[in-house]
Ligand binder design. Structure first.
Ligand SMILES: Cc1cc2nc3c(=O)[nH]c(=O)nc-3n(C[C@H](O)[C@H](O)[C@H](O)COP(=O)(O)OP(=O)(O)OC[C@H]3O[C@@H](n4cnc5c(N)ncnc54)[C@H](O)[C@@H]3O)c2cc1C
Length: 382
């Protein structure tokens, strides 16, 4: 067996674990490069959840801001975000301190930013809308139309081949089921809110998951006219002098605002209640408003370091579970890394060496400066 055997060819099977942005973008780029190189591969994306459900059960829990860079890159690829996903078009960021707020306009005057807000799942638990507004579901449907099969079942285990170069076994199925398929390439796009990270770590090829902290978020339903009048098309970012918070924001949607808190360590519901009760936040809420008895809320993890060694022969891990931007535009980062790793797989093969040189090392270089600036900016606002 030589490294020459570790290439994708006609009939190769690709299993993608996770139908979040990293998984969908990988499937998209893989189908694009396969077509460009004239290779006929089959792809399955596995996800344990359906994004048609409301609330955290159907949601990959995030503020849902699609950055302008990503918006433009998607458009270049012919992926035009469906209007039913768009909750609001954002014009500005408002930097809010304890006393006052200031609007931060785009540095180029007259430029209209192309930033939009979306729901990752099918909206908050109590949301009254009809149909499906999920951004992640939209992306999955896009790759489905390109011939990718979507399997809504959980992946339980991966087994590396006994002989170098053999296919990887993917064991999946709901309940007690243990269905098995062989894959010539397994893509780990399972994010950081899953036990899959530990399982892959235990496979022993050197993968170490990124360190994470627990963030806290909730959706507050407000009258659309009130949201327009008070928040407008602006994402509010708060610097309230709270030592436990690294980042706090309120992102306006159509009839909800999404509250996001990221801490220096794990946050809990108490941090959220504390934030919502802060006078600077109360001032933005309608007169007489009180924290509702029940609201859509979740605690989700965010990676704060990179994973180590996210690949071996026929396996590559990407997205949040691997290497991503610190505290910012994780979806765009998933797009970039999916493109890089899919290109590597088709052009340079699916060996560990190909992924280390074609994906992991360039990804680290690409993100190094970006993350350094991000960390400096956060320290300054701290
Ligand atoms: C508080 C907060 C706010 C954020 N705000 C933004 C923002 O505004 N804009 C932005 O760009 N980014 C934001 N992010 C980051 C963004 O959410 C992530 O970077 C992005 O979701 C990563 O995509 P992913 O595909 O790697 O992982 P995920 O989105 O987590 O997707 C992983 C998928 O894998 C599936 N899965 C896991 N294990 C299994 C298994 N064993 N079998 C089958 N399926 C499995 C899960 O169900 C899930 O659908 C935010 C993150 C947090 C925590």
């Amino acid at each position: 067996m030589s490294n020459n055997d570790l290439f994708l060819r006609n009939g190769s099977k690709i299993a993608i674990i996770g139908g979040g942005p990293a998984g969908s973008f990988f499937a998209y780029f893989a189908s694009r490069y396969a077509a460009e190189m004239g290779i006929d591969v089959s792809m399955k994306v596995f996800d344990r959840k359906s994004f048609c459900q409301r609330g955290p059960r159907g949601c990959n829990m995030c503020a849902g801001v699609i950055s302008e860079n990503l918006f433009n890159k998607l458009e270049e690829e012919g992926i035009n975000i469906a209007q039913y996903c768009v909750q609001r078009e954002i014009e500005c960021y408002c930097f809010q301190t304890q006393e006052d707020g200031v609007l931060l306009h785009h540095p180029v005057s007259g430029h209209t930013p192309r930033i939009v807000t979306v729901f990752r799942g099918n909206g908050p638990v109590q949301s009254p809308h009809e149909g499906n507004v999920s951004f992640d579901d939209f992306l999955l449907n896009h790759v489905k139309e390109r011939g990718v099969e979507i399997v809504f079942e959980i992946v339980k285990e991966l087994k590396l081949p006994a002989n170098k170069g053999g296919p990887v076994k993917v064991i999946y199925g709901d309940g007690d089921a243990r269905n098995e398929i062989d894959a010539d390439l397994v893509v780990g796009a399972f994010g950081v809110n899953t036990g899959m990270m530990e399982k892959v770590c235990k496979m022993g090829f050197g993968y170490k998951p990124p360190k994470t902290v627990r963030t806290c978020q909730c959706e507050i339903m407000l009258n659309p006219e009130y949201i327009q009048k008070t928040f407008g098309n602006n994402v509010f970012v708060f610097a309230l002098g709270k030592k436990d918070l690294k980042f706090a924001s309120i992102t306006p949607k159509a009839d909800y605002v999404t509250v996001n808190l990221v801490g220096k360590t794990d946050l809990t519901r108490n941090n959220l209640i504390d934030f919502l009760n802060h006078p600077a936040v109360r001032r933005l809420m309608p007169e007489g408003w009180d924290i509702p008895k029940s609201f859509c809320m979740c605690i989700s993890k965010i990676p704060v370091t990179y994973a180590k060694h996210p690949c071996t022969d026929r396996v590559v891990v990407l997205g949040d579970a691997s290497i991503s931007r610190s505290y910012k535009s994780g979806i765009e980062s998933a797009f970039n890394m999916a493109k890089l790793s899919a290109y590597t797989a088709f052009k340079y093969g699916v060996s560990e060496k190909a992924f280390m040189n074609g994906y992991y090392k360039p990804a680290k270089r690409l993100l190094a400066r970006d993350n350094l600036y991000g960390i400096i900016m956060l320290r300054i606002t701290d």
